[in-house]
Design a binder for this molecule. Structure first.
Ligand code: SF4
Length: 328
C-alpha cells in the first residue's frame, strides 16, 4: 500500500515537473566537422575537456527522465561525432523519453537509420538553402569542403531525408535565415522533402560564441518576416508541413540546454548562463534550479515549443525490414 502511495507521489511530481519543463536539448558533443559562420554552439571551452563516459551519460539521462522531462533533443556540435550517441539514444528511449536528433547528416548512413529507427522518433536536418552555393558561402559544409570553396551538404541531406521518410522517421527541417539566404526560395525543396515540421530561425548573435563572425550575416526583423511570409504563402497548400518561425526574442530564454559535461544552461540575456554544478554531481533537478530563472515556460509555449511530438512519433510507418532491405 505504502509502495503504491510513493509511486503515485512520484508520478504526480513527474507530471508537475513535466508541465514546467517538457523538453531539453542536450549538446552532448562539442566538436563539429562543419564550418557554419553563424554557429552559436561552437562549445570552444568544452572542446578542451575530456568527453564524459558512456555511464556518466546514462546518469544524465536517468536524471532528466526522473525529473519528468518528456522529450530529449540530441544536438551538438555534431552529435553523430560522439562515440556513445547510439547507446544514449537507446537508453533515452528505454527510459520512455521521446527522442530527437539534429545533425548535419555527415555520419548518417542507411544502416544507422535502420538500426536506430526503433529508438529514435525524430530526425532533424539543418538545411539553410535550396542550393550548395549558398551553403558554401554560409560555411554549411565539411570544413575541408569549405576550404576548397564547395559544399555537398544539400545532396547528402536529401539522400538521408528520403530514406528516413521511407522507413517512418518523423522529419524536422531547421533553417537559419541570414543575409546569405534571405532572397532564396526553399519552397520547392521543402515540398519535395515533406518534413513534418520546418523551423525557421532568425540568425542569432550570442555574446562570447559567434561575435564578429556573425556580424555580416545579421538581418532585420522585417527581412526575417518577409522570408517567413513568402514561404508560408508558397507552401500554404502543404497542410502536412508545420511551419514554425522563431525570431531572436523567441529564441532567448526559451531553451533548456545541457552542455557536453552535464552543466545545465540557458541563454536569456543573449549569452550563456551555466549552472555552477553539473547534473553528474547534484542531479538534474538541483542543477536546473541554479539556472531556471533564465527560462520562461510562457515563452517556451508561445514559440510553439510544446508540439504533438508524441502523437506524431506514434504514427510511424514501421515498414517491415528483411535482412537490411525495406519491403514495400
Ligand atoms: S553544423 Fe551546427 S554545430 Fe556544426 S558548425 Fe554548423 S551550426 Fe555549428
Amino acid at each position: 500500500m505504502e509502495m503504491i502511495q510513493i509511486s503515485n507521489i512520484r508520478e504526480k511530481e513527474k507530471r508537475e515537473n513535466s508541465s514546467r519543463l517538457p523538453a531539453v536539448n542536450w549538446h552532448l558533443e562539442a566538436y563539429c566537422n562543419y564550418g557554419c559562420k553563424f554557429c552559436y554552439a561552437p562549445l570552444r571551452e568544452q572542446r578542451e575537456k575530456e568527453r564524459i563516459s558512456k555511464d556518466e551519460g546514462f546518469i544524465i539521462l536517468h536524471s532528466i527522465a526522473d525529473y519528468g522531462v518528456e522529450k530529449i533533443n540530441f544536438v551538438g556540435g555534431e552529435p553523430m561525432l560522439n562515440p556513445y550517441i547510439d547507446d544514449w539514444i537507446i537508453e533515452a528511449k528505454e527510459l520512455g523519453l521521446v527522442t530527437s536528433i539534429v545533425s548535419n547528416g555527415t555520419k548518417m548512413t542507411e544502416e544507422w537509420l535502420l538500426r536506430m529507427s526503433p529508438y529514435l522518433d525524430w530526425l532533424g536536418l539543418s538545411i539553410d538553402a535550396s542550393n550548395d552555393e549558398i551553403h558554401t558561402r554560409i560555411g554549411r559544409g565539411r570544413i575541408g569542403e569549405i576550404r576548397d570553396n564547395k559544399s555537398s551538404h544539400l545532396k547528402r541531406c536529401l539522400e538521408i531525408s528520403r530514406f528516413a521518410k521511407k522507413i517512418g522517421y518523423g522529419l524536422k527541417l531547421n533553417t537559419v535565415v541570414c543575409s546569405e539566404n534571405i532572397f532564396d526560395d526553399m519552397s520547392e525543396l521543402v515540398s519535395d522533402m515533406q518534413p513534418n515540421r520546418w523551423k525557421l530561425f532568425k540568425v542569432l548573435p550570442i555574446s562570447g560564441e559567434n561575435d564578429g563572425l556573425v556580424d555580416s550575416m545579421l538581418i532585420t526583423d522585417l527581412q526575417f518576416q518577409n522570408y517567413v511570409n513568402r514561404h508560408r504563402d508558397k507552401l500554404s497548400n502543404q497542410k502536412i508541413i508545420q511551419i514554425v518561425s522563431e525570431d531572436n526574442d523567441e529564441m532567448l530564454g526559451t531553451y533548456a540546454m545541457i552542455d557536453p559535461q552535464g552543466l545545465v544552461y540557458t541563454n536569456l540575456n543573449g549569452n550563456y548562463s551555466y549552472s555552477q554544478d553539473s547534473i553528474l554531481k547534484v542531479g538534474f533537478s538541483n542543477a536546473w534550479a541554479q539556472v531556471e530563472d533564465g527560462f520562461s515556460n510562457e515563452g517556451f509555449n508561445e514559440r510553439g515549443g510544446f508540439w504533438s511530438w508524441k502523437k506524431d512519433s506514434e504514427q510511424k510507418l514501421n515498414l517491415p525490414v528483411f535482412r537490411g532491405e525495406i519491403i514495400g
